[in-house]
Write a protein that binds this ligand. Structure first.
Ligand SMILES: Nc1ncnc2c1ncn2[C@@H]1O[C@H](COP(=O)(O)OP(=O)(O)O)[C@@H](O)[C@H]1O
Ligand SMILES: [Mg+2]
Length: 269
């Protein structure tokens, strides 16, 4: 049975989508795991990156149709060997209306619908990654209820544990109030400003508060990671047949992240 992972933080621009797209790519391409990305953000950033990664010019199948029809299996778009996507489109902004209409006055059913729809997919995949918009909303609730694990982004630069803290508190609220089972798999320090320095104080505070949950790998600014937004994730080779060093560096970084997360997962079990 595959496991479901949500990458969370109630802020935009902290590296959630980057983490989802890179981890899923490494999971599929380097670790040979059958991997699915479900894009739950109507902005469709993960969709756009992965479409480019697979050289797709348009995607017809969407998460919105999946929610309307009550079936996600018909909405899967293959990207690369081992890597599939359920794409988001702007229409998915209507998720609250869709849920309200399907399950009037039943909040539990509303926030559990994604879990119901993912259930049949779990036999087909080793890993399912969820990309969510940065709001406390039906989107994030559905994702948290569906996920076995969450990976929390810690911004080391904004001098702020706030985003991570809010997320963890809200997760606890859902655990206390609904029948859900989600563990923190890891807290990933992301520092996206070019030339930024790691704020050791913030990292120390985070380690004090969250202990070994905080990963040792730190995602720092890399131009190549930024370039993947417009080009898709690439693995170019030089004329001597060596992997392009900047691609390799970007991929190695998230390989380290995934390896640490794997170790945490084993410990939790
Ligand atoms: N390690 C990184 N190095 C360089 N740019 C990054 C890195 N991580 C993310 N970015 C860029 O920062 C912006 C926000 O990242 P994104 O993953 O989309 O954030 P979120 O999904 O949390 O809103 C994007 O333009 C992305 O390309
Ligand atoms: Mg995003």
């Amino acid at each position: 049975m595959g496991k479901t992972y949500v990458v969370g933080n109630f802020k935009g621009g902290v590296g959630k989508t980057k983490t989802v797209t890179m981890l899923s790519y490494i999971s599929a391409v380097r670790k040979n795991r059958k991997t699915l990305v479900i894009d739950l953000d109507p902005q469709g950033n993960a969709t756009s990156v992965l479409a480019k990664t697979g050289n797709l010019t348009s995607i017809e199948k969407t998460i919105t149709n999946g929610f309307l029809e009550g079936n996600l299996e018909n909405q899967i778009t293959p990207i690369l060997p081992n890597l599939d996507l359920i794409a988001a489109n702007t229409q998915f902004k209507d998720l609250p209306k869709i849920l309200m209409k399907k399950f009037p006055d039943d909040n539990t059913k509303q926030i559990s619908y994604l879990r119901t729809l993912i259930e049949p997919l779990k036999a087909k995949y080793d890993a399912i990654y969820l990309d969510v918009p940065p709001t406390i909303s039906d989107f994030s609730d559905n994702a948290m209820v569906s996920a076995d694990y969450c990976i929390i982004i810690l911004q080391t630069q904004e001098l702020s544990l706030d985003g991570a803290k809010t997320y963890i508190n809200y997760m606890q609220y859902l655990i206390d109030n609904y029948d859900i089972n989600i563990d923190i798999l890891g807290i990933l320090p992301c520092m996206l400003r070019p030339g930024g320095r790691v704020d050791e104080k913030i990292l120390d505070d985070a380690r004090e508060m969250y202990g070994d949950n905080v990963l040792h790998t730190i995602v720092k600014h890399q131009e190549r990671l930024k370039a993947y937004d417009s080009e898709g994730i690439t693995l170019n080779t030089t004329y001597t047949g060596q992997p392009d060093q900047w691609d390799k560096r970007a991929h190695d970084l998230f390989d380290d992240v995934l390896t640490e997360l794997d170790a945490h997962e084993q410990e939790l079990n």
